[in-house]
Design a protein. Structure first.
Length: 314
């Protein structure tokens, strides 16, 4: 499994940390699916060493070795095709039983789940401000917009990105957004306004906000965090819950310094000793890898996916 450097959003992810978290989630999907199709699996991370940032994609991130004696099938595999990012407003409840199952789905001490109203308000303010910074910064906003497909025809042609329905806009709301918030051109400011408006609504609606952590911030930590995220997400799906990562506050860019300072103050309360991602702090420092909303909501449709031939080299 190789990282395609052309797919890394370097304005929002300059160290490719989030890209490696995403690859970890994909790797865990493969490892879960293989036994269900009759294979055993062995995963070897970075078999030829770890690439520098200017050499991304030259060496594999992982090697997945398939054997003919199948492993035991994990029950989570049944939720792979139902898991999705849900950007709608959320509601509760999230029970104590749900929380216990979510915590048990990942390595010990790797997730903090916040439910108390006061801390939720503080976290939602941070997430909204981080989204505001991301949206009002030209380069990061441009990267985001290039992945949004403004029509069904565009989505069918691109086979990637997100549609308006994936963003939670359906029916008359979708029609209104398509007509009033054009993605490109001189009226782009209206789409920015709408993005921030929606961020406020969804962040404040969350009955729970989670923080996924790793023991360090090495590439191995990042990939393993993605694997843990996938298992937590599938567990949430099995409980009838939905998930929405809101990781703008973790972007390793100077524009996010203000929201990050506020986020550190909250971290001191909910997870003492945990740091934000930094290229200068990579080992033996507990590091936040993902921040996410969690709750209940009406499902949204699957997002567009690239053909297998685009990503499989034989």
């Amino acid at each position: 499994m190789f990282l395609d450097p052309s797919r890394v959003a370097l304005e929002t992810d300059p160290t490719a940390r989030q890209a490696h978290v995403a690859l970890g989630a994909f790797l865990e999907s493969c490892a879960l699916a293989a036994p269900a199709t009759g294979f055993s699996t062995q995963v070897v991370l970075f078999p030829n060493g770890i690439n520098r940032i200017d050499d991304l994609g030259r060496s594999p991130v992982a090697r997945l070795i398939l054997g003919t004696e199948p492993d035991e099938v994990d029950t989570l595999v049944g939720y792979l095709d139902r898991r999705h990012t849900n950007r709608r407003r959320y509601r509760g409840p999230v029970s104590d039983h749900d929380v216990a199952d979510l915590v048990d789905s990942v390595p010990p001490a790797s997730v903090t789940l916040v439910r108390d109203s006061g801390t939720l308000r503080r976290l939602s303010v941070v997430l909204i401000e981080a989204m505001r910074v991301d949206t009002n910064t030209a380069l990061t906003h441009a990267e985001k917009v290039t992945m949004i497909r403004a029509s069904d025809e565009e989505a069918a042609k691109a086979r990637d990105g997100m549609t308006y329905e994936n963003l939670g806009y359906t029916g008359r709301t979708r029609t209104l957004v398509e007509s009033m918030y054009p993605l490109r051109g001189s009226h782009g400011r209206w789409f920015r306004y709408g993005t921030i408006f929606i961020a406020r609504r969804v962040a404040r609606s969350a009955p729970m906000i989670g923080v996924l952590k790793s023991q360090g911030n090495t590439r191995v930590d990042q990939v393993n965090a993605g694997r843990a995220l996938l298992r937590l997400w599938l567990t949430a799906t099995s409980l009838g819950l939905v998930v929405h990562p809101m990781c703008q506050v973790l972007q390793e860019v100077s524009d996010q310094a203000g929201p990050q300072a506020s986020f550190r103050r909250v971290l001191e309360w909910i997870s003492p000793g945990t740091e934000l991602p930094s290229a200068t702090k990579v080992a033996d420092v507990a590091t936040v890898q993902v921040v996410f909303r969690l709750g209940r909501a009406v499902p949204t449709p699957p997002s567009p996916r690239r053909p297998l031939a685009d990503v499989l080299v034989s």
